[in-house]
Design a protein around this ligand. Structure first.
Ligand code: ADP
Ligand code: MG
Length: 488
């Protein structure tokens, strides 16, 4: 009997919405940033009052094109907006201004790596549209509250082809998109706050079949992990239906993060329910060759370029350069630190070791790391100068610093008595004591068992309580051991 995963193929297409980091909304000058007291970012244009006219935000267009360039899309020269009609209490105009047929970016691709294998996921297009407001159901037991601050905030929607074939590929794809929008500075990529949102379209078909199966669209995926879990759940649910000979219904479903399942929201509307037509209030807009060239020239560095800069500019190994360039936040923190210390490899080690451990445990991103880059650099310098051991610095000084990030690392290390500040006389005494206590080992060393130096060093560390600079201690140990004089 063949396994079900060999019998069926999973097919996934993702629609990712990214809220653009413009100062103002897509068609008016209301602030576009997240938050604010409810209904304070709302002009008559946002509310769709009769007689108001929208005006296109050029920065939003530029941001959409940046993403298109990064994804190797064709950028459309002639563009227009369309009205997409549907009724929602949080959509006061009764239609969403979006693009239809003629989208700003066509085609394109996004590289992903899964299980060490690299491939490209094909994009269908990227379009510009405005966001809707927010319905809040838990503010009042009887009523739904409406906050229109988000209405009209610019979004790009990145629509893939049905070109992913496992939940892992979908996970890698959204991770890559988030990395790109952050690099491009066009979206903060924060899925929890909803500035990056993903709808997953999922279907199954018998392996070998080329026709697509009936799809289900799962909404409300507000973390990359949820994208993966929702797809896994849907795949299992659909395969079970197919095995029982039951039909799969085209549906919009929602993900329940608490138990990792999905449930139906509604049977899917057909596209023609939206009665799209070109928005008569917005003239078509052109992306000229000159404009496209200017945007291309002003593009921020992309991950590959940064990786190369880390390899050649900072002389980091490929592995380090790859890891760091995965996250623009890490790149920026690294570079801020590198203006204060030239110990580039040490910065990298710290970021990939103790800092990453802290971030994982706190479930935080590097942008939430409390230590200013200058203090981080001094911490690294203390270790590199032998004033404190790496283990004391990472396991004791760092946690203390994170609690009081304003204190100078050297000052805090002194207060915690972590400095390897013993004088040469003290160190010599400890070295003597260790050698005196271990005459057999000393004899073995002198007969050629040079590896024992580690043992002696460990003892010195122990009795000095970490206050002996290991470089000086090792030198003294070697000197005494090679002197051949009887240790006093
Ligand atoms: P809709 O009109 O329902 O939004 P589209 O054809 O515009 O459907 O596609 C929306 C998304 O769904 C795209 O990302 C596309 O790749 C994906 N998709 C379409 N059909 C399927 C399918 N049968 N299985 C998986 N994904 C699909
Ligand atoms: Mg859709």
């Amino acid at each position: 009997m063949i396994g079900l995963s060999e019998k069926y193929e999973l097919v996934i297409g993702l629609e990712v919405h990214a809220q653009l980091l413009t100062n103002t909304k897509l068609f008016c000058s209301d602030p576009a940033f997240f938050g604010g007291a409810p209904n304070t970012h709302i002009s008559p244009i946002t509310l769709g009052y009769p007689g108001t006219l929208p005006r296109l935000n050029q920065q939003a267009v530029e941001f959409a094109i940046r993403m298109g360039i990064a994804c190797h899309c064709d950028i459309s020269e002639k563009n227009w907006f369309a009205r997409k009609h549907y009724f929602y209490p949080d959509l006061p105009k009764g239609y969403q201004t979006s693009q239809h047929i003629n989208n700003i970016c066509q085609g394109g691709k996004v590289p992903i790596t899964v299980g060490g294998k690299e491939r490209e996921v094909q994009l269908h297009h990227i379009h510009l549209e405005e966001d809707a407001g927010k319905s809040i159901h838990d503010a009042d037991e009887q009523k739904t509250a409406l906050d229109y601050n988000r209405a009209g905030v610019p979004l790009i929607e990145i629509v893939s082809e049905p070109d992913m074939f496992s939940a892992e590929e979908a996970y890698a794809y959204v991770t890559e998109i988030r990395k790109l929008v952050r690099y491009l500075g066009i979206c903060d990529g924060n899925m929890e706050e909803g500035s990056l949102r993903c709808d997953a379209n999922v279907s199954i078909r018998l392996r070998g079949e080329t026709k697509l199966g009936t799809k289900v669209e799962v909404k409300n995926l507000n973390s990359i992990r949820h994208v993966k879990k929702a797809i896994e759940f849907e795949a299992a649910r659909m395969i079970q239906l197919a095995e029982k000979g039951e039909p799969i219904i085209q549906q919009t479903r929602s993900f329940d993060a608490d138990n990792g399942t999905t449930f139906p929201l509604r049977d899917k509307e057909e596209a023609n329910d939206y009665r799209y037509f070109p928005d008569p209030d917005l003239p078509p807009f052109l992306v000229t060759k000159e404009k496209l060239f200017a945007i291309r020239e002003a593009m921020p560095a992309l991950p590959d370029a940064v990786r190369q800069r880390f390899e050649t500019g900072y002389q980091l190994p490929l592995y380090d350069a790859r890891m760091l360039s995965e996250d623009i936040g890490l790149v920026q923190y690294f570079e801020a630190t590198a203006t204060h210390t030239k110990q580039y490899k040490a910065i990298s080690n710290w970021l990939m070791g103790p800092v990453r451990n802290w971030l994982n445990e706190a479930d935080q991103e590097i942008t939430a790391f409390p230590l200013p880059a200058a203090a981080f650099a001094s911490l690294i310098e203390l270790v590199e100068a032998g004033k404190i051991s790496f283990s004391a610095a990472s396991s004791r000084l760092l946690p203390a610093l994170l609690k009081e990030p304003g204190t100078a690392p050297a000052e805090l290390a002194a207060r915690l008595n972590l400095l390897q500040d013993a004088g040469a006389d003290d160190i010599e005494n400890w070295v003597q004591e260790v050698l005196r206590n271990m005459p057999d080992k000393v004899a073995e060393y002198r007969k050629g068992k040079k590896g024992l130096i580690g043992l002696f060093m460990g003892e010195v560390k122990k009795i000095s309580k970490g206050k002996a600079d290991p470089k000086i201690a090792t030198q003294l140990l070697e000197q005494k051991l090679n002197e051949k004089t009887i240790v006093k």
